[in-house]
Design a binder for this molecule. Structure first.
Ligand code: SLL
Length: 279
């Protein structure tokens, strides 16, 4: 078989990857506080980090992501910050939020042009009351967004990389939990095997399970089915509850009307009493 090419595309295939684009901002100790780190401009109130990460447990993002550039506010020194390797992040101090332009540069084997994303550096509390209370108490404001990167008809070389077991090797940990676990971990890098039983490469789970295939599409379907059934149960319960609520509301309305009627009568009596007294 010829080596996978970086200039030939795989037709009718699309592979997506999720990434997290986010920022975290901590409140700095105020000026004059002995615990305030030295050398920070007096007007800076926050230390922040902006980052591009992969969701926990996802395949390694460096398979396809080569480098990330963050274009931060232009008053900072060297505002175009380049990260050639993970962690893809920039940490700075400042006083105000602003939009950060993020350039995602793909691995050369992908043949893809760079893509652009934006992230607003959120320094101040936001969200509902409860969220703001948590942010206040912890002194941390985090703003994260899940972004999808799609590879449409990837190059052969990228397809090969995005369907390879190697992408999960970074997750591999010393095997815990006895001989069986150790053997499974050794066999498949501690994670479900992908691809079709005939060896065809794919980002999909295999159709059917087996001794060495703990997760399969069949099992996934069974799980989906059982979740659907449970959704049905919850929906029926919800319907019942809604009926009950409607009935209660009707009764409440009735009671209110009765009460209102009584209250109106009382008011009328009182008013006529007032009038007669005034006369
Ligand atoms: C804006 N939100 O878009 C404002 C600007 C700039 C914040 C915010 C310090 C920068 C430095 C800092 O936090 N600037 O020290 O260079 O117009």
């Amino acid at each position: 078989m010829p080596a996978p090419a970086a200039n030939k595309r795989v037709k009718n295939k699309r592979i997506s990857r999720n990434i997290i684009i986010g920022s975290e901002a901590y409140t700095l100790p105020p000026l004059g506080d002995p615990s305030r780190p030295k050398g920070i401009p007096d007007d800076h109130t926050k230390r922040w980090t902006v980052y591009v990460r992969q969701p926990q447990g996802d395949p390694s993002l460096t398979t396809w992501l080569n480098k990330v550039q963050f274009k931060i506010f232009n008053t900072y020194e060297n505002p175009l910050r380049t990260c050639e390797n993970p962690p893809f992040e920039v940490t700075e101090t400042g006083w105000g939020g602003f939009n950060i332009d993020i350039r995602l540069h793909f691995q050369p084997l992908s043949g893809e042009k760079a893509q652009y994303r934006q992230h607003f550096l959120q320094l101040e509390k936001y969200g509902d009351e409860k969220q703001q209370a948590t942010q206040e108490a912890s002194g941390l404001v985090r703003a994260e967004f899940l972004e999808v990167v799609q590879f449409n008809e990837p190059t052969e070389a990228l397809f090969e990389a995005l369907t390879s077991e190697d992408q999960w090797h970074y997750l591999q940990m010393p095997a815990k939990g006895g001989k069986k676990a150790a053997m499974m971990a050794a066999q498949m890098g501690g994670r479900p095997k992908r691809g079709y039983p005939n060896g065809e490469r794919s980002a999909q789970l295999p159709d059917k399970g087996g001794d060495d295939v703990p997760f399969s599409q069949e099992q996934e379907q069974a799980l989906i089915q059982s979740i659907r059934e449970k959704i049905g149960v919850v929906e029926r319960e919800l319907e019942e509850e809604t009926k009950r609520r409607d009935q209660t509301e009707k009764r409440l309305k009735g009671l209110r009307a009765e009460l209102g009627h009584e209250a109106a009568q009382q008011a009328a009596q009182q008013a006529s009493g007032d009038r007669s007294r005034r006369r």
